[in-house]
Unconditional design. Structure first.
Length: 371
């Protein structure tokens, strides 16, 4: 029966994607609320800014794909502040709790503050200062009927204030994962940021950052290394534009100025690669690295640089895990992100007197018969 539920969830996901108009499926550079796909967690940032095919006790994983949340029988707190160029700050904060052994929930928030900007009139004269910001409030559920399958959903309410313009939206993420029989390979799929605009900045056409992603994670058999490969924007292959500056790539061939990209270059822009090496008996220390070719293709200068690369470290001590990520975006600025995750003690330790309010289970023992 549980397998039937997962099959229905995946079928509904496919129908919803096919029923979405092509305009909504595209991931255009001008789409709104793009911050929801950024700085989800230090772990995600270090793995190339996207990772959708690995279940773990990590709220950042649930923000990337709601089916990835898999908790032990304890609650989890997470705070993931990020520091972007030009004084911009963002990140996420959340709490997750196992409602049942097979049903886990999280309540999270994502935010980004664009620092202080000059407010000017139509002639360019400064008339004051503004502090634009965006927030997303998220409620998510992850359903794990078996050790192989999982499905999940996130519901997001998003508010953006770019003074004096404001916009709000109600979005949803739907995802699923499947672990193969070898228990070393996991497949993931998610449809993110589909929904409706409740309020627009203006009356002109404004799109949402809706996209379909598929991914694969493989843990090597004789080495504690996880490798992931994610394909983004599955419903839109064309994702390039003419630019007067494009760095020649040793992997995907040169791209002359304003030349149309080759098929291989177009394909490479959809892929994100990442790896996580675990060290220690209980994987206390982890080293991460990721590569996002689209970021490199869009932002790299006309000389050698590490644009598109990301790196990270993680250290766990008892119930506390500390993560750090560095993502190379541009010569003028990069992203640094910290992550703090803490597993709360079991509910009996938090509220030892709670048990007296819960009626005891009826005894199943048969009364002794008198001789």
């Amino acid at each position: 029966m549980h397998r039937n539920y997962c099959a229905v969830a995946i079928t509904l996901l496919a129908i919803a994607v096919l029923a979405t108009p092509s305009r909504g499926q595209s991931y255009r550079p001008t789409s709104l609320f793009r911050f929801v796909n950024m700085v989800q967690s230090a772990r995600i940032t270090a793995m190339g800014n996207t990772w959708i095919s690995h279940r773990d006790a990590d709220i950042g994983q649930a923000l990337a794909n709601p089916a990835q949340l898999q908790l032990p029988q304890t609650a989890l707190l997470s705070f993931q502040p990020a520091f972007l160029p030009a004084g911009i700050q963002g990140g996420s904060i959340g709490i997750a709790y196992p409602l049942r052994p097979y049903l886990h929930a999280h309540l999270s928030a994502q935010y980004i503050n664009y620092a202080t900007m000059a407010n000017t009139d139509v002639y360019g004269n400064t008339i004051g200062e503004i502090q634009p910001s965006e927030q997303a409030w998220i409620v998510g559920l992850s359903y794990l009927p078996t050790s192989k399958w999982s499905a999940g959903v996130n519901i997001k309410w998003i508010h953006s204030a770019l003074q004096p313009y404001r916009a709000t939206a109600l979005l949803v993420d739907i995802g699923a994962t499947y672990q193969l029989d070898d228990k070393h390979t996991t497949l993931g799929i998610t449809w993110r940021n589909a929904g409706i605009l409740l309020k627009k900045y203006r009356t002109a056409d404004e799109s949402l950052p809706t996209e379909l992603l598929i991914g694969l994670t493989r843990r090597l058999k004789y080495l504690p290394l996880r490798l992931h490969l994610t394909y983004r924007r599955l419903t839109r292959f064309q994702s390039t534009y003419n630019t007067p500056i494009r760095e020649p790539s040793p992997l995907f061939g040169p791209a002359p100025t304003n030349a149309a990209p080759s098929l291989l270059q177009q394909l490479a822009r959809h892929f994100i690669l990442g790896g996580e090496l675990s060290l220690g008996k209980s994987e206390q220390f982890r080293i991460r690295m990721g590569y996002n070719h689209r970021l490199r293709d869009d932002l790299a200068p006309p000389f050698f640089s590490l644009t598109g690369m990301s790196f990270g470290l993680s250290l766990a001590r008892k119930s506390l895990r500390i993560d750090y990520a560095y993502a190379r975006y541009h010569v003028r600025g990069n992203i640094h992100q910290l992550g703090l995750s803490y597993q709360l003690p079991p509910i009996k330790s938090i509220a030892p007197n709670l048990g007296k309010f819960i009626p005891p289970k009826p005894s199943t023992q048969q009364p002794a018969k008198h001789q």
